[in-house]
Write a protein that binds this ligand. Structure first.
Ligand SMILES: *Cc1c(COP(=O)(O)O)cnc(C)c1O
Length: 398
């Protein structure tokens, strides 16, 4: 899955240019940088690829989600609907912003479902932090209907869904603001890094200010800039941005390669009876990063994972027991364990996080296996993986 598969001379050249200039900082210092603005160039590539009007690069996917929430006006005491199947960072960002997470159920899209959202809506619901899981988009027609009907603020955590589109529109552009990650495991990586996108000028102004101590970024003297708002340091360095820029230049190819390889393996899975696939309204819009399939029961999914291990094939993920992707293992969140007191400790929470009722999530994630797709697999490798995968699964489902 990681974009490191595609690392080459281009990434090295860009990083060396930054090192040679000595300008590792994304703002100012024109005399050092010889016309090089790697973070700005990364943002231009992001706008090209996603079609967003505005893009702002930050230090991580986690700080991107935090920035996107701030840009959408989500803060103290706001009830925000979140999924129980995501990366922990989604929930962390909501809590850091002083908001209150409200967990809703998912469906076979692997994302929050319109039905799940409806069940937890109250007059106090401020918005949704929607996560596009495992490389594909949520049911945006269904979800946008609720967002519009109830005038909710939508923020998209597309941390693992760069390259996913829904009916021609990039994820991250359906709500006020969207966030992507460039960590080591993502379709494009900068080592560490993140990106926010938006079509709203107002949201963009907050994004670049809040992620840099509230700096106005006006004029050419950083020390004399005003601070229209309160912020923090979520800046990306020029070194990371240099890599992120090149990875974004390669993402069309990475995506096409992954999608092609995924189709080959998905076709092979049709040889096994009882296997079904992640629900996707717009399969063309998939990023190709994961082949997501369901076994008939949770017990069978667990047996399939054991069989893959016994037969020596790797690359399969079983998120149901994974420590950071599924709520069952998030004891610290369920118990509100924290080093310090945060707003959600003292404000009313509409849910007891230790006793949530999310039957679809338990069922869907319990039966789900995800294979991380490499774009660089050769046809011989694909055949070998396909043969082994089918043989192991046949031992389990007969
Ligand atoms: C990876 C990821 C993040 C966090 O990104 P980092 O760059 O690792 O901080 C946030 N949300 C989702 C859905 C992710 O997959």
């Amino acid at each position: 899955m990681p974009g490191t598969e595609y690392f080459g001379a281009e990434e090295k050249k860009e990083v060396n240019e930054v090192l040679d200039s000595g300008c590792l900082f994304r703002y100012n210092h024109e005399h050092l940088r010889k016309g090089m603005w790697k973070a700005l160039e990364m943002e231009s590539e992001a706008k090209r690829f996603t079609g967003a009007k505005y893009a702002h690069a930050v230090s991580s996917g986690s700080t991107a989600v935090t920035t996107a929430l701030a840009a959408a006006g989500i803060g103290y005491g706001d009830e925000v609907i979140v999924p129980p199947f995501t990366y922990l960072a989604t929930i962390e960002a909501v809590i850091w912003m002083g908001a209150i997470p409200v967990f809703a159920d998912i469906d076979e899209t692997l994302c929050l479902s319109a039905e799940g959202i409806k069940k937890v809506l109250t007059p106090k619901t401020k918005g949704i932090c929607l996560v596009h899981m495992c490389g594909g988009a949520a049911d945006m027609d269904g979800i946008m209907k609720i967002v519009n009907e109830h005038n909710l603020t939508l923020v998209e955590d597309a941390g693992q869904a760069l390259g996913a589109f829904y009916k021609g529109k990039s994820v991250g552009l359906f709500g006020v603001s969207g966030a992507f990650s460039f960590d080591f495991f993502k379709i494009t990586t900068a080592g560490e890094g993140g990106l926010c996108i938006t079509d709203s000028e107002e949201a963009y102004e907050i994004m670049h200010q809040v992620s840099d101590h509230g700096h106005s970024h006006l004029g050419d003297n950083r020390g004399m800039e005003t601070h229209p708002i309160f912020g923090n340091n979520f800046r990306i360095s020029e070194l990371h941005a240099a890599i992120g820029k090149v990875q974004l230049q390669k993402v069309d190819k990475i995506r096409a390669d992954k999608k092609a390889n995924k189709e080959v393996l998905k076709d092979r899975l049709r040889e096994v009876s009882g296997i079904t696939f992640r629900k996707m309204d717009d399969p063309e819009g998939d990023s190709g990063t994961f082949l997501n399939f369901f076994l008939p029961t949770q017990a069978m999914a667990q047996r399939a994972m054991n069989q893959f291990a016994a037969d020596g094939i790797g690359g399969f993920n079983y998120w149901y027991t994974n420590m950071y992707h599924f709520i069952n293992q998030w004891d610290h969140i369920k118990n509100k364990d924290s080093a310090v007191k945060l707003p959600y400790h003292v404000l009313d929470c509409p849910q007891d996080y230790a006793n949530l009722d999310l039957p679809n999530a338990q069922n869907v994630v319990g039966r789900l296996i995800s294979l991380g797709i490499r774009g660089t697999w050769t046809s011989d490798e694909l055949k070998e993986i396909g043969d082994k995968m089918v043989a192991s699964l046949k031992k389990v489902v007969g």
